[in-house]
Design a protein around this ligand. Structure first.
Ligand code: GDP
Length: 377
């Protein structure tokens, strides 16, 4: 993630779905996880019951390799998804804010659901559907939450420095003052340029407005792919212009229906709608890209598997994802790109064609590399 120094990858990536009431969060959660969690009542007096689910990262390459190897098992990369309920306008002044904000802080990336569908049967808290206003209102709550965190931390640092025990905290204080100024202007921290050193000083504080954000614009089922979706998305796109945020129009309702169909029927349904692929697949891939994550693959008769790593990971660390022994005893990585492997038709043919390379510890693993690690323990 470079700039912010956030999201050190160690375990499944966690996506937190947030949004105002009735924006379609639970519907989106169900679409992502293929589940059918009940919609939370609105208004939701408890606001603390978050749905948690696992999402398999869609990867056509796995299917292709499964055909090639006929393994006993195929294992996709996983992402954890949390449907965070209880968010509303004015939440930063409410008692339940800690439960909600802590859950958001714990996520690696945010999926912010914004309502654009008109359905009069679904209540809107402010009476009118206004995606740009709703999105801005929610972002402001996030900024208030970060502001409180900055102020608390700055206060502690100031008092340590006064007591003469905080000399080493002056650097952090300088960065936090920069944050404070940004937040007081009601701007998110992700738009602030930071040096690697500055990012490292504050990385552990988990500021929400620093997290990568995917803005899902939940448009009416008749509007997907059409002019209406683009018109609704335009003001949001300018609102989110900058780094680490993207706007993505889709219909959560259609996606949920789609996710509950058997694969063959889902294909027909997509063809009917004139869509090539479920938007959910792209949502996950976008989140991956926002987090700077890529996958490498291992393939054999036992198992074909996708592994998640950060872009820029050296081969020896990628080996460690599989097992610490492989990292410790690393000799060489036998690498072939997915494209070269499938073009050749088999590992043996790829080898004959000279497409399989031997790489050392420092080789930077690329997305779609199919790797066989040679190691010695
Ligand atoms: P949440 O409060 O943000 O979790 O919203 P839910 O996912 O529970 O959705 C609230 C209500 O809006 C439910 O009755 C959904 O069926 C409905 N809903 C969600 N997405 C859409 C949509 O794209 N179109 C329509 N017409 N209704 C939707």
């Amino acid at each position: 993630m470079g700039k912010c120094g956030l999201a050190v990858y160690n375990g499944p990536m966690k996506l937190g779905i947030i949004g105002l009431p009735n924006a379609g969060k639970t519907t989106l959660f169900n679409a992502l996880t293929g589940r059918s969690a009940p919609a939370a009542p609105f208004p939701n007096p408890l606001g603390t019951e978050h749905h948690v689910g696992v999402v398999h990262v869609p990867d056509r390459r796995l299917e292709q390799l499964t055909e090639m190897y006929s393994p006993r098992k195929t294992t996709p990369a996983d992402v954890t998804c949390v449907d965070i309920t209880g968010f509303s306008r004015g939440i930063s002044a409410s008692k339940q804010k800690a439960a909600v904000f802590n859950e958001i802080r714990d996520a690696d990336a945010i999926i912010h659901t914004v309502r654009a569908f008109a359905d009069p049967a679904v209540v809107h808290a402010d009476g009118a559907v206004d995606p740009a206003a709703d999105a801005a209102a929610l972002e402001l709550e996030l900024i208030f939450s970060d502001l409180e965190l900055v102020e608390t931390r700055l206060g502690r640092i100031e008092s340590s420095i006064k007591k003469g025990v905080g000399d080493d905290l002056a650097g952090e204080r300088a960065v936090l003052r920069k944050f404070l100024a940004q937040l007081e202007e009601e701007k998110p921290l992700r738009n602030l340029e930071l040096s690697g050193g500055e990012a490292a000083l504050t990385g552990s504080l988990q500021f929400i407005s620093q997290k990568p954000e995917l803005v899902v614009l939940n448009v009416g089922e008749d509007d997907i792919g059409g002019e209406a979706a683009a018109v609704a998305a335009a003001p949001l796109e300018s609102f989110y212009a900058g780094k680490d945020a993207r706007v993505f129009p889709l219909s959560a309702k259609i996606e949920m229906e789609l996710s509950q169909l058997p694969a063959d029927e889902a294909g027909l349904f997509l063809a009917d709608l004139g869509i090539r692929e479920a938007a959910m697949n792209r949502v996950i891939r976008e989140a991956y890209a926002l987090l700077g994550l890529i996958s490498f693959l291992t393939a054999g008769e036992d198992e074909v598997k996708a592994w998640t790593i950060h872009k820029g990971t050296p081969a020896v660390k990628a080996a460690g994802k599989i097992h610490s022994d492989i990292e410790r005893g690393f000799i060489r990585a036998e690498v072939v790109s997915y494209d070269n492997l499938t073009a050749a038709g088999s590992m043996a043919k790829a080898r004959e064609a000279g497409a399989v390379r031997l790489e050392g510890k420092d080789y930077t693993v690329q997305d779609g590399d199919v790797i066989n690690f040679r190691f010695n323990v």
